[in-house]
Design a binder for this molecule. Structure first.
Ligand SMILES: *Cc1c(COP(=O)(O)O)cnc(C)c1O
Length: 359
């Protein structure tokens, strides 16, 4: 018996997307961003599928622990660095590379006397105003890091775009204009571009690119989907029809009676609710595929189930039939637009209780 709801991960698509991104940034090495459980795709299995990546980036040290335990040998970058002496020692033991973005991290490194020589990425805040030293602080920070003992194995500089996905914005050019004068004469490796940077701002490619979303086959741009960029969706959230009911005009479906039938309707109850990561903000009318045909979500998502209006489907669905909540036939970008959110949120929200099937 197949699982009622399952995450179908196409590892060949992951590898194909990596190859496409390499073509788009041919002179750069690729640091695959696999934070947040690889955007819901499964941390370790994604890293193993992307064995060709030059490095991996994660947000938290626990993620680095899991990757090393699974035998991942590539460089691993902790994008938020470490918090406290213990984490610094743990990072040394894991041979993790560190982003250094605040004075506390600088002080920790100055006190560090262990044998491991870190590769350090100094984060410069060029306009995101999230992590990083301000441009005017950078020279002093760089100097302090150059004086560390043991000396860092590598000192590098990194920044992050805030609006690279907005093709008509000049914010990325402004960020680059703040970055170049600080780093140009240093002769060190640099990293700037996320997925949107890779696809839309070739000047930002430099030594290392850091794709996340595009690796998973999803578009960072609001006005197009991954397949229009030559990418292939790696995640398909597959479900099953649990039961069918006939609903009379005027009757409601689900909690809070959010949806009410305006005509005699046939409703499929499908496996998959907010306990699996479906957002309650998915509105009536959001698309769902039943046997590959478009139908519409109706009523508030429950913990384990959702309801789908299948009245207009020519082929009447049966219990056990196939449902796609998003994936290779129904772009997650489209579902996200209905939910009033970004595809990142839908991918990351998929809960760990949903079994992963790798292909
Ligand atoms: C998450 C993240 C990325 C990847 O961004 P995408 O938009 O998913 O490509 C790159 N760099 C940093 C610092 C990040 O936090």
């Amino acid at each position: 018996m197949r699982r009622l709801i399952r995450l179908h991960i196409d590892t060949q698509a992951l590898r194909a997307n990596l190859a496409i991104l390499r073509q788009r940034a041919p002179r750069s090495r690729v640091m695959a961003v696999i934070k947040a459980n690889a955007y819901g795709h499964g941390l370790v299995s994604t890293a193993l599928a992307l064995a060709e990546a030059d490095a991996f980036a994660v947000a938290r040290i626990e993620e680095a622990v899991q990757l090393r335990a699974a035998g991942v040998r590539q460089p691993l970058l902790l994008l938020e660095g470490v918090y406290g002496r213990e984490q610094l020692l743990e990072a040394a033991a894991l041979q993790a590379d560190l982003v250094v973005h605040n004075p506390l991290q600088l002080a920790l490194l100055q006190e560090y006397r262990g044998a491991h020589r870190f590769s350090l990425w100094v984060k410069i805040d060029t306009g995101m105003n999230r992590l990083g030293f301000r441009p005017e602080q950078f020279a002093a920070v760089w100097q302090r890091l150059q004086q560390l003992t043991p000396a860092p194995l590598q000192l590098r500089a990194i920044t992050h775009f805030s609006r690279a996905d907005e093709l008509d914005s000049d914010a990325s050019a402004a960020q680059l204009a703040r970055f170049w004068p600080l780093v140009q004469s240093l002769g060190v490796e640099l990293s700037i571009a996320n997925s949107a940077g890779i696809l839309a701002h070739p000047a930002s490619h430099v030594h290392w690119v850091r794709p996340g979303l595009a690796l998973y086959g999803v578009s960072p741009f609001a006005d197009r989907i991954g397949s229009q960029l030559g990418l292939k969706a790696a995640m398909t959230l597959e479900s099953t029809v649990l039961t069918l009911r006939e609903v009379a005009a005027g009757e409601s479906v689900g909690y809070g009676a959010r949806w009410r039938a305006t005509r005699p309707s046939r409703v499929a109850i499908v496996a998959g609710g907010y306990g699996d990561g479906l957002l309650c903000s998915l509105p009536d009318g959001a698309p769902v595929l039943v046997n590959g045909r478009r139908a519409r979500l109706v009523g508030r998502v429950s913990m384990d189930m959702s309801a789908v209006d299948v009245t207009d489907l020519e082929h009447v669905p049966a219990v056990g039939d196939a449902v796609e909540l998003w994936g290779h036939q129904l772009p997650v970008e489209e579902v996200a637009r209905h939910a009033g959110t970004i595809p990142y949120e839908l991918l990351c929200a998929v809960s760990q209780r949903v079994p992963v099937e790798l292909f």
